[in-house]
Write a protein that binds this ligand. Structure first.
Ligand SMILES: *[C@@H]1O[C@H](CO)[C@@H](O)[C@H](O)[C@H]1NC(C)=O
Ligand SMILES: *[C@@H]1O[C@H](CO)[C@@H](O)[C@H](O)[C@H]1NC(C)=O
Ligand SMILES: *[C@@H]1O[C@H](CO)[C@@H](O)[C@H](O)[C@H]1NC(C)=O
Ligand SMILES: *[C@@H]1O[C@H](CO)[C@@H](O)[C@H](O)[C@H]1NC(C)=O
Length: 593
């Protein structure tokens, strides 16, 4: 079914783009936190209590009488819908569906919500100052037990930056040393090991066997050659000297046509990366419309709002400098997207520098009950996975923060219960925080944040997709979930990502599963996806699906529809993220197979 003529191809592309472009149920529910800030700035104490989801508007005067968090939490919920914080009541609902959980009335419930809220306060855009925090929670920040479900985003962004930069002229990043913070231990240059030998810590140049730290798992748990390919792409994109006159560039903006969603944009960029590799050019990405919102601050309109850049700043500067140089254009040292045909970008040649590893790729995809052994376009599937993995290799502090917010909303309360069960019963009256030991700081801090595992992620897409592929009912997805549970009976958590309200409503018929999802504005009826996305706004319609995407990549299992490019890319990320052996259950297959 290789599309041959250009017209047909373009139709397919726009078709695909439309399909990919519109999906995503998306709203990041920072509202609660924003509201928190707004209130904090007014020095008001606010707590939400467990088990209550409506928000009672509290008049300003009653608040200014100084309701303390302690007392207010036992009685009522009081996130405020005052005029200063003009959010709709509905939007401040919690993400997690807590319907099956009993409201807790005892002291423990109070402590749980106190701890949950205090963690939440530290996730706000503007962290409360110590005295603000004290006033609000009646204990100091340092008395707060650490949150197992949250990542230290500042720290990980800093560590990853080290891993993404050459450590000196001609040197590699320190990929051969130990993971994360362990790399920094001990802080002094020499240390005496217990056996009396003196160890010298110098960064060795990368050895041939070193593989990039963003690849989890061994070769057997990823698509063929993933570790080697990722390393080679990184080297390709990070030449030792960007000013070297032999270095050529391909500068490309992200697709901006309205029909192009995040998935389509990524697929397009994967095609451009293939061209760049084939033509030995450094790919430099330009304007990224989805980052065109005020959440992105300094990196507005750039991929670097969400993920580390595809190449070094030096190379980008060099490329932008060359763009002003007529000579460079004439000599073909620099090219841009418009120099290539749509067909070259979307169905062009897959790089063969690594041979054809897809020829021995063994898919672990189950489609409606049968395990697929082979299919068309395995090369494209393999390449897109590599390209997307490379582009998303390191999250920025911003993206990491979005995940923190989502995970806190979903799992914060459970985390608080676990933590409280393990510390002094009198907390926060009795504080037992000890200074962090080295093993906590250097070894354990490198672990991923806690999520209730095993976790199954499910992306249920209906909406206006119906016009392009057969709509699959939620029941069918749940059937697949049931199949997984037959084999893994300890599975009962589902991270549900969907834009359809009716899907959420149907979860009530499955009381034996724990559903986590975001209570965002959802599509009702048959409104077009584009209209729905537009109604969410740029920031929300980007951030929210992205969070779901990354959750799906991290989950133990995944169920989706390979017929949607979005799920196709999730599949790619999982297959380069150590999850090959988890398998993939799809309700349908890619239309081009
Ligand atoms: C809570 O309210 C009671 C009276 O209802 C009061 O005695 C107590 O001091 C209050 N606690 C705090 C922490 O404000
Ligand atoms: C990089 O290459 C340019 C041009 O050849 C040269 O002038 C410059 O000194 C080189 N920089 C380094 C750090 O080698
Ligand atoms: C999946 O298989 C069942 C029977 O095995 C069939 O009834 C159903 O239509 C199939 N679904 C799809 C989407 O092919
Ligand atoms: C949505 O459904 C209504 C009736 O159910 C119909 O009149 C309308 O044309 C539909 N809109 C779209 C965009 O399909």
């Amino acid at each position: 079914m290789e599309p041959t003529n250009q017209k047909f191809l373009e139709r397919v592309v726009s078709h695909r783009a439309l399909q990919m472009g519109n999906s995503f149920p998306c709203q990041i529910c920072v509202v609660g936190f924003l509201c928190g800030i707004c209130l904090t700035s007014l020095f008001l104490a606010v707590l939400t209590s467990v088990g209550t989801f409506g928000f009672t508007g509290i008049s300003f005067s009653s608040l200014s009488m100084g309701v303390s968090p302690w007392n207010s939490s036992s009685e009522i919920v009081n996130v405020i819908s005052s005029s200063d914080c003009n959010f709709k009541v509905k939007e401040t609902e919690r993400w997690v569906d807590l319907k099956q959980r009993e409201p807790e009335r005892n002291d423990d419930g109070e402590r749980v919500s106190l701890l949950t809220e205090a963690w939440g306060a530290l996730l706000a855009d503007r962290q409360p100052e110590e005295n603000e925090f004290l006033q609000r929670f009646r204990f100091s920040k340092s008395s707060l037990p650490s949150a197992p479900h949250l990542e230290n985003c500042k720290l990980s962004a800093r560590l990853n930056k080290r891993l993404d930069s050459r450590s000196g002229a001609g040197k590699f990043p320190p990929w051969t040393t130990w993971k994360g913070s362990l790399n920094m231990y001990p802080a002094t240059a020499t240390a005496t090991a217990t056996d009396g030998n003196v160890r010298r810590l110098t960064h060795q140049p990368v050895s041939d066997g070193a593989h990039p730290p963003w690849i989890v798992g061994s070769d057997e748990e990823n698509y063929p050659l993933t570790r080697k390919v990722q390393r080679d792409i990184w080297i390709h994109q990070h030449p030792i000297n960007c000013s070297d006159p032999n270095i050529k560039f391909l500068v490309a903006d992200w697709e901006v046509l309205p029909g192009f969603g995040i998935g389509a944009q990524l697929a397009g960029m994967a095609g451009l990366l293939a061209i760049a590799i084939n033509e030995k050019r450094v790919l430099v990405t330009g304007h990224y419309n989805r980052a065109d919102h005020d959440g992105c601050k300094a990196s507005r309109s750039s991929w670097s709002c969400y993920f580390f850049l595809e190449t070094s700043q030096e190379c980008r500067d060099r490329a932008f400098e060359l763009m002003k140089n007529k000579d460079a254009w004439e000599k073909g040292i620099i090219k841009r997207k418009d120099d290539y045909k749509t067909k070259e970008i979307w169905t062009g040649k897959i790089p063969r520098v690594w041979g054809d590893p897809w020829s021995y790729l063994q898919p672990t995809t189950d489609i409606n009950g049968s395990l697929i052994a082979v299919h068309h376009k395995m090369d494209r599937r393999w390449w897109r996975a590599q390209a997307v993995r490379y582009l998303m290799r390191f999250q920025t502090e911003y993206t990491c923060g979005l995940l923190n917010i989502a995970q806190h909303a979903a799992f914060g309360e459970e985390a608080a219960k676990m933590v409280l069960a393990s510390i002094d019963r009198e907390w926060p009256k009795v504080i037992t925080n000890k200074p962090k030991s080295d093993i906590e700081e250097f070894v354990w801090s490198n672990h991923r944040p806690w999520v209730p595992r095993p976790l199954l992620s499910m992306h249920v897409r209906m909406g206006d997709k119906a016009c392009e592929m057969k709509v699959v009912e939620f029941e069918q997805y749940m059937g697949l979930a049931h199949r997984i549970r037959m084999r893994f009976p300890h599975l009962n958590n589902i991270w549900l990502s969907t834009e359809m309200q009716e899907v959420i409503d149907k979860t009530k018929s499955y009381p034996h599963w724990n559903f986590y999802y975001t209570n965002v504005k959802r599509q009702v009826g048959n409104a077009s996806m584009a209209a729905y996305e537009a109604s969410l706004g740029r920031k929300t319609s980007t951030n929210y699906p992205l969070v779901n995407f990354l959750m799906a990549v991290e989950s133990d299992f995944f169920i989706g529809a390979l017929g949607s490019t979005w799920c196709f890319l999730i599949d790619g990320m999982r297959n380069t993220g150590g999850k090959v052996m988890a398998g993939y259950l799809s309700v349908n297959k890619d239309r081009f197979w």
